[in-house]
Design a binder for this molecule. Structure first.
Ligand code: ADP
Length: 580
């Protein structure tokens, strides 16, 4: 029998981890570090962390004066800018919850989210005046809409609105951030709904601060007080990957690009402000690289960029590194994970390997940050080996990963304490994660799995291809076979046959796509991800030439565009040879 012993409790201060402490620290210790914003008004605004804290306090006072209680939600519909940043601290600092809303969603979806979150007030950039007019009648419980501008820029609207600058001017900024329980809610983000109805991830002060520490580590985003960070990733998308928190934690200069995210606007702002690092989804980098190629310009200060949200195509990684000398840090995460899970950076030993082996690692999604634990499991729920070959459903756990969804208190998404990500992945002996698919997007050919991401990466490496999606198409013998849907670069020429030939020798024979079609553009979600559900719907009746060959022997059934609830991975341990 083992005796139960009482552990000796430590004797350190129990100081809560609070979001307000991030801006208080920046104001006190990096008071002169700059926050530069390209404003909706058209000019560039610049001020310091010290001024940001004072105005955040004025906002807290203004919201309290409007009767907002701790725990209530305040929505935002805004681009990356200093007023939005003030909401990150002014709203959360007194215990209310900053609910960032993606304005690119359909108005009905936004109204659904606002009503589900039960937002009290909504702060909005004046670009969204028409959207607010459309939303207001559908959201009767919202007490007021606050335009992020001064009186001279107040838009003409049907909805009665308050003016942000007028509200702030009525307050003196003399306010002490209260000591809150670190487990109280700070921020709320809804998943973009690529997989059903939007679901709310309700972060805590504690999870936000821990995530900011984790994100700042040298082998994560590695922020410092000598950096100038331009987050292209919107502040309405998973808190801009935590950068509005990690920036003040480190005293990093923040450069907030506003609404213009085209290549030229981004490039000019980066050059003007001496930006050293940036972060965003692959789609925005496509635009930036296209502009730079056309204009024949190079970066003079940008050293590294974090790319995530969707798989970073290896061709993009090579272009950044070889043509522009910019280090790419491939990252993976999700709304439910605050969002950071893994980042691809080499350790000392890996950096001694041949260049091609190094690159193969950097193309993966990388290793976990301390704080996140992961595993891959097969259909039977058993953990799979980290051999870089077996792929299965990816599970995670950690202090900045959700326990349950907002207002879905009854059901937990967890399985034995682990969160099922809905992604399918391999993990190699280096501990590097490689996402092969979303479980619903994986192509099941004759019981074996084909990675759609891998085939997309090859397609976009073709010099004439701008963007490509790979989806499952019905096949009478194999059930599903890969179809490439591609967009050509402007003015570029390539035939279907040439594109298909480009895959030969790059993957095993049975992974070769059965067909390729060209379209003018691909559908994207509000967060810039390929909308494969829509594409599968569009190509539901597409007949593969290979299907016709066997079609008279087996009838052809169109696939369900959501592919049933295809989840549950099977370890892909059979060799290619089994398919001949
Ligand atoms: P949603 O599920 O609503 O699109 P998120 O924006 O949180 O929400 O997206 C998370 C998903 O995006 C991940 O589960 C994964 O499928 C995909 N993803 C994120 N980063 C990467 C990456 N680097 N490579 C491949 N897929 C990624």
């Amino acid at each position: 029998m083992t005796a139960t012993t009482t552990p000796l409790l430590g004797q350190m201060m129990d100081v809560p981890l609070l979001v307000s402490s991030l801006i208080a620290h920046a104001a006190r210790h990096h008071g002169n570090a700059q926050i530069v914003s390209r404003r909706i008004e058209g000019d560039v605004h610049r001020y310091t962390y010290r001024e940001c804290e004072v105005r955040s306090k004025q906002l807290a006072q203004a919201l309290i004066a409007l009767g907002v209680e701790p725990g209530e939600r305040i929505g935002t519909l805004a681009w990356n800018g200093y007023r939005h940043l003030e909401a990150y601290f002014g709203v959360t600092g007194f215990g209310a919850v900053c609910h960032t809303i993606n304005p690119r969603l359909f108005p009905e979806q936004i109204a659904w989210i606002v009503n589900h979150a039960d937002d009290r007030y909504i702060l909005f950039d004046i670009t969204f005046a028409a959207l607010v007019d459309a939303l207001a009648p559908q959201c009767p419980q919202v007490r007021g809409w606050i335009a992020l501008c001064d009186e001279s820029h107040r838009p003409a609207m049907r909805t009665p609105v308050l003016c942000y600058e007028t509200l702030l001017a009525a307050q003196n900024g003399e306010f002490d951030w209260p000591l809150l329980d670190e487990r109280s809610a700070s921020n709320l983000c809804y998943t973009s709904g690529t997989t059903g109805n939007p679901k709310g991830a309700l972060y805590t002060h504690r999870s936000a601060v821990l995530h900011a520490y984790g994100a700042s580590l040298p082998d994560a985003m590695g922020l410092s007080a000598r950096d100038a960070m331009l987050p292209v990733v919107p502040m309405f998308h998973v808190n801009a990957w935590g950068l509005p928190h990690a920036g003040p934690l480190n005293g990093t200069k923040l450069v907030l690009p506003g609404k213009d995210l085209d290549g030229k606007s981004l490039y000019e702002l980066m050059e003007a402000e001496g930006v050293t690092c940036s972060a965003g989804v692959p789609t925005v980098w496509l635009g930036l690289l296209a502009y730079m190629r056309e204009a024949g310009v190079k970066f003079s200060t940008l050293k590294r960029t974090v790319i995530g949200g969707s798989a970073c195509p290896p061709a993009m990684l090579r272009t950044y590194e070889d043509d522009y000398g910019v280090q790419v840090i491939h990252a993976w995460g999700m709304t439910e994970m605050s969002p950071l899970g893994t980042l691809a950076k080499l350790n000392w030993e890996q950096a001694q390997r041949p260049p091609e082996a190094q690159r193969a690692l950097l193309e993966k999604q990388g290793r976990v940050i301390f704080g996140v634990d992961m595993k891959i499991v097969g259909d039977d729920g058993r953990e799979l080996p980290w051999d870089g070959v077996a792929f299965g459903d990816l599970y995670v756990r950690g202090p900045w990963i959700i326990d349950r969804y907002f207002r879905q208190e009854s059901g937990t998404p967890l399985v034995d304490g682990w969160f099922p990500t809905g992604d399918v992945a391999t993990i190699d002996p280096d501990g590097f994660l490689h996402i092969t698919d979303r479980s619903k997007d994986v192509i099941k050919s004759g019981g074996e799995w084909i990675s759609s991401i891998e085939l997309e990466n090859i397609a976009v490496a073709h010099p004439a291809i701008a963007e490509a999606a790979c989806i499952a198409c019905a096949h009478p013998r194999w059930t599903e076979r890969p179809l490439i849907v591609a967009v050509k670069k402007p003015g570029a020429q390539v035939t279907r046959e040439e594109l298909l030939a480009f895959f030969e020798g790059k993957v095993v024979k049975w992974w070769l796509p059965d067909d390729a079609v060209f379209v003018d553009e691909l559908p994207h979600t509000a967060t810039g991800k390929l909308q494969k559900l829509k594409l599968r719907e569009q190509f539901r009746h597409h007949v593969l030439p290979s299907a016709l060959e066997v079609g008279d022997k087996c009838p052809l059934e169109p696939l369900d565009s959501d592919k049933g609830a295809a989840s549950g991975a099977t370890a892909n341990t059979k060799s290619a040879a089994t398919r001949g």
